[in-house]
Design a protein around this ligand. Structure first.
Ligand SMILES: [Zn+2]
Length: 440
């Protein structure tokens, strides 16, 4: 369907509904064959011979038992680009590299730093010159060697020479998510900061969000291109777009979901991982859904930002709604809560009077109209009830107030009402009982 390779796909098995996703190496990554020559990962088919080894790095030809991936026309989010020697490799976040050192452990790509060293096929350490995260325009492909469907108890025959550094094959990658593979488990790396996250940037600086510096002659030998233009219609071309290039600038006159002091305080509350695929996919699916009803709006998700907020504004006659990554990653909000935020921002545009200085609806009106009108329109019939209930409950948790329809006293004017008032306003919007005084 042209989706990115880690786009969660709903399916079901004997245990009920589940999500499947897959991962690995970008098209064009050269992998060493059984006869010693190299070919691109996406050209491998089942039955091909690939050179494989265990942690002892004794290489021998082995048969490819599984080969799969995307069609090539996809935009892969959370791609990690690792720079070393005079080259680079582009992989999904969960791709596993063998690290140099006596203990020969595997490390997820999204946990690498320039303090780590990769391993060459001959056992030499390979310095990492840069680790970057962003979107990648190309297909992704993976292969598994020997023993499909069984959990490997050693890495023997499951390590590959990928562009001059040693990686684990797909079988190790998928089994390491849920259990031990030769003493390795992905969950053991969960406490290491994710490339591009605020913790990572605090330790290693902002370069992981920026374009890599490429050595002279890089483009003669590598298929990887770098672009700082974030065009929505780009689909292919082995192009890496660093996370920073996807930042969305919000003008100072924009309306927001949270006032600045609340937004700042919410930065400290629990967040999902920087590269959590679900929250990003929820938001983009919600944009698609809202666009059908409110087509005259430019929607954006500023994933790389850790700001906890969302904005609405008009610029050059164009309506904008922008949601920041820190809000989407907040652990209290799920799809329903994020949909309420989008409804609030659309209601700034379409909620009518009272309006503020920018001509958009006041905060209390955006809360009220968002839940009363926008959500009723986007979520038809029963799906309105099924969405708005959890949405308000998530918002109550987010604001740290009871999920109660009782409005406090006072009046916010055109500014943001307090959390308890906002929850009461949402309930009033569902019950069609009129906007409470605190939101006026
Ligand atoms: Zn607002």
């Amino acid at each position: 369907m042209g989706w990115a390779v880690n786009h969660p796909v709903v399916t079901r098995d004997e245990q009920g509904p589940c999500l499947c996703s897959c991962s690995c190496l970008a098209f064009g990554t050269m992998v060493q064959e059984g006869n010693g020559s190299f070919k691109a990962i996406e050209t491998y088919v089942e039955g091909d011979e690939v050179l494989a080894a265990g942690t002892g790095l004794t290489w021998a030809p082995a048969s490819v038992v599984f080969s799969g991936g995307t069609t090539g026309a996809s935009r892969q989010k959370f791609t990690v680009l690792v720079r070393y020697e005079n080259t680079a490799i582009a992989v999904t976040s969960d791709h596993l590299f063998l690290l140099a050192g006596a203990d020969r452990i595997l490390r997820r790509a999204d946990r690498l730093t320039t303090d780590d060293q990769l391993m060459s096929p001959t056992g030499e350490p390979v310095d990492i010159k840069g680790v970057h995260i962003g979107d990648y325009l190309a297909g992704f492909h993976h292969i598994a060697v020997t023993g499909k469907g069984t959990v490997p108890d050693t890495l023997d025959g499951h390590l590959l020479n990928t562009n001059g550094v040693v990686s684990a094959d797909y079988l190790v990658q998928i089994t390491a998510r849920s259990g031990d593979v030769a003493g390795f488990r992905s969950s053991t790396q969960e406490n290491i900061p994710v490339v591009g996250s605020p913790d990572y940037i605090a330790r290693y600086g902002p370069s992981s969000l920026q374009a890599p510096e490429l050595p002279a002659g890089f483009t003669d030998t590598s298929p990887i291109r770098i672009s700082n233009n974030n065009f929505a219609d780009q689909e292919t071309g082995n192009t890496f777009i660093p996370a920073e290039a996807t930042h969305v600038k919000v003008p100072p006159h924009a309306c927001s979901f949270l006032p600045p002091d609340v937004a700042e305080a919410k930065k400290a509350s629990p967040k999902r991982a920087f590269n959590d695929p679900m929250a990003r996919e929820w938001t983009e699916a919600l944009f698609d859904q809202h666009r059908a009803f409110y087509p005259d709006v430019t929607y954006s998700l500023d994933w790389a930002s850790d700001e906890v907020n969302a904005y609405a504004w008009v610029e050059n006659g164009v309506r904008h709604v922008d949601i920041k990554g820190g809000l989407v990653r907040d652990a209290d909000l799920e799809l329903e809560g994020i949909s309420l935020v989008i409804a609030h921002e659309l209601a700034h545009h379409y909620g009518g009077p009272p309006t503020g200085g920018s001509g958009l609806s006041c905060e209390g009106q955006a809360d009220y109209h968002g839940v009363r009108n926008v959500m009723r329109r986007v979520w038809f019939g029963d799906s309105y009830s099924n969405t708005v209930g959890p949405a308000i409950a998530q918002m109550a948790a987010f604001f740290g107030v009871p999920d109660s329809p009782t409005a406090p006293g006072g009046s916010a004017g055109c500014a943001h009402p307090a959390g308890a008032c906002r929850i009461a306003t949402y309930h009033a919007a569902v019950d069609l009982t009129g906007k409470p005084g605190c939101a006026k």
